[in-house]
Design a protein around this ligand. Sequence first.
Ligand code: NAG
Ligand code: NAG
Ligand code: NAG
Ligand code: NAG
Ligand code: NAG
Ligand code: NAG
Length: 829
Amino acid sequence: MKFLNILLLCTINSIVHAFAEDTSVTEDEINDYEIEHQSVLDQHLSECTVLLRKNGDFPISSSERKIHLYGGGIRHTVKGGLGSGNIKTRTFDTIETAFKKEGFEVLSSEYLDAYDDCYEKAHDDFIQGLRDGFDYANPYGYLIDHFSVIMDEPECDIPIDESGDLAVYVVSRITGEGIDRKVAKGDIFLTDSEKKAIKTLARGYKKFMLVLNTGGPVDLSGLEEVQNILVLSQLGFNTSKTLVDLVTGEKYPSGKLTTTWTKYDDYFANTGNLTDVDYVEGVYVGYRYFDSADVDVLFPFGHGLSYTEFENSIKSVKINGEKVTVDAIVTNVGKAKGKEVLELYLSKPSTSDLDEPYQELVNFAKTKELSPKKKDNVKLEFKLSDFASYDSKSQAYVLNAGNYIIRIGNSSRNTVPCAVIEVPSKVIVKKVQNQLADSGFQDLVFKSKKEDDLTGVPVLTLNAKHIKTETVDYTKKSIINEEVKGLSVEEKVSLVIGAHSSDPYGSYVYSVAGVAGEFYKFRDLKPAVLSDGPAGINIAKDYYIGEDGLPHSTEGMFGSDTLDIVPLEMRDAFSFLFPFVPEGVTYIHQYTTAIPIGTALAQSWNVNFAKKCGDIVGDEMNIFGINFWLAPALNIHRTIVNGRNFEYYSEDPYISGMMAASITKGVQGHEKAYVTLKHFLGNNKETNRSFNSSNMSERAFREVYLRGFEIAIKNGKPGGIMSSYNLVNGIHVNEHVGIMTNVLRKELEYNEVVMTDWLFANMANTDTEGKYPQYSAVNIIKASGDVVMQGNKDFFDEVVAAIEDNTLSMEELEASATRIYEVILKVQN
Ligand SMILES: *[C@@H]1O[C@H](CO)[C@@H](O)[C@H](O)[C@H]1NC(C)=O
Ligand SMILES: *[C@@H]1O[C@H](CO)[C@@H](O)[C@H](O)[C@H]1NC(C)=O
Ligand SMILES: *[C@@H]1O[C@H](CO)[C@@H](O)[C@H](O)[C@H]1NC(C)=O
Ligand SMILES: *[C@@H]1O[C@H](CO)[C@@H](O)[C@H](O)[C@H]1NC(C)=O
Ligand SMILES: *[C@@H]1O[C@H](CO)[C@@H](O)[C@H](O)[C@H]1NC(C)=O
Ligand SMILES: *[C@@H]1O[C@H](CO)[C@@H](O)[C@H](O)[C@H]1NC(C)=O
């Protein structure tokens, strides 16, 4: 029956239409806002790229204009990932096109043509395989499971010119929502043909660069002979042009990794004897593990080279109250322009009760552009209490007595102590209550073997009286709006269930074509309109006005790639989910700007750039009439296998939180425009995400998975938060009273809108074993969730019935209805 419901939600009217092969859009003039937004991005895109290795051969000189281009990414360049973050740009140049446009002669056309043939053949076979495996018993679930259909990089062993002057090899990988990455050649690992070609080029060419056009790490072990490696990442519209500019020296790289790139087997969470869902590594995520366990890595967190060289020196370290300030000077000691990032880390003292990672990031700063010999003053500050550890025995955030070492560096593997802060006695920073059920295991402990030489390092002392112990009031009640009290039960319920058609066979059309959803239309008020992200505004590029006077997207819910996997005889039944082109209508276009994927943005380590990206998004939200942007996304890169990592920033919660806060400020600087931080929290895998429990200790929950959100909430004041699909310790997060009410509402005092993720996805992967229940709208509201997205009649009826039989109190319903009602008033013109 569930399957039927979902059919009722969707735009059935489109069934009559034929499928689109091509939407034959007529090009219209580029809008001023598009030009403006692109020019802002152009100033910063190269900052998101990370030079992993260099030997000085790049950039090339202006006389070199002949190039051999190899690899899948040359003609199949990826601008971003799939799923909600798949922004439809006006046009997109491949890397081959971009080099040609800049006057390069491409010497490898024969190879590229042969590659295309190989690729197409592999793709046909891939699609045929999926079509053969179509699940007739659960067709909708099958489509949801495959809506980011991704073929691994095929083995295309095509002859290359084995020697020459200049070559670039581009490895591309695309990942997406709903499916995790594969621990296989062609995804996490290079294919044999990729590896062979890369090694041949590295040996045979005078100048060779390996480029990674990927959303996350690829295992680059075994490529020691490759001396120039660039993570181009996925930068949106101008991805390809940015690479050309980096090769020619028109631009320079200044990004640093926000997640460790190393041999796959060395990532802790992947070692064979662990299950992916028990977070036994506790707080030892990413570099916290590698640095503590002293595991050698290929490219550490925070690593990134430049076309020039820098030196840094410390001017002073001071403590004022509990605020520590480090003043440093960065000097460009090389021969080219560049920007450098300084990273500040803190090593906390381990006690027998509370083991601590070797170090954690507490701040960072990027210099302005420095010409050779120029200097910049850099100030890095942090408050000790913001980095207190969580002690689940005393249920408090604490700073244990001992020596806190402050380190400065240019990667997590290259940090130098610059001061010691002595904390004379234990400080209780905040008293809370544990909120998670027992994880069922003990977190592992890694004792750092590294000893520091602290000779000559200044020692400062914290005066603990500067930190006042906070205590949380868990009894505080939500304020209920008087007008909401006067509404009928149905009206109150309509506020907390997202927009859906009341006529089960009727068409449901949104007020902006291609948006993800709306809150329910309340009386005569304009509904709040919600668009997906995070790589820009995700709305339909083409739409038409239907006979009902409303905008209709031509794109459908799934792309045409997903359509290909539907067996021919099933296509009519599912046509409403796919692109279609009705006859005789006039198309209207909506062009939005694709910003870099989350990981690339974070790699810039430039919070001002993040804010500018938010500003671009906010501006376009105003242009198209969108109120909530379903982004930024800031889950932790716990493993590199997570299919949605590309949307997320980092393995570190501090930089994640700071990036999210900055982009939030950019968006919300615009009227009636709000962000929706997602996915709150613990969504660290995609496959079967609605029925997979992220089991973690209270400490890991608070210090790693919650912390980024906490930072973003405090510094960015987001208007919305989206709860995640996954469970934590056996309970759906969106129904988890401990996480949603006690932590988010009471401890973090978050009083804005909390919406669920789009719960139609629970149609997929139906949990036949019944280990975990389906989502319950009543439980979601009881856990202070405000609006169940996207709504449906079942959810609506469930809430009405619960009010009637008193399993949901009127106050609980009104508390959520109040927050939605008030935001709807705020978005009116
Ligand atoms: C970005 O694209 C625009 C339009 O093609 C072009 O004018 C601009 O130079 C590009 N900039 C970069 C850095 O790629
Ligand atoms: C994995 O198994 C090995 C060998 O059994 C053991 O030494 C190691 O401690 C285990 N690692 C973890 C993280 O459990
Ligand atoms: C949950 O996810 C992990 C990691 O992907 C997987 O090993 C496990 O089988 C999944 N469990 C279920 C019930 O889907
Ligand atoms: C990082 O800083 C150290 C000095 O602390 C310096 O020796 C090294 O060259 C720097 N590395 C990069 C990549 O700038
Ligand atoms: C998803 O997880 C549930 C357990 O929660 C399990 O019963 C089901 O088989 C899983 N489905 C898939 C496709 O892995
Ligand atoms: C995660 O926790 C749930 C609920 O306590 C439990 O049923 C499940 O077995 C745990 N998963 C693993 C992999 O231990």
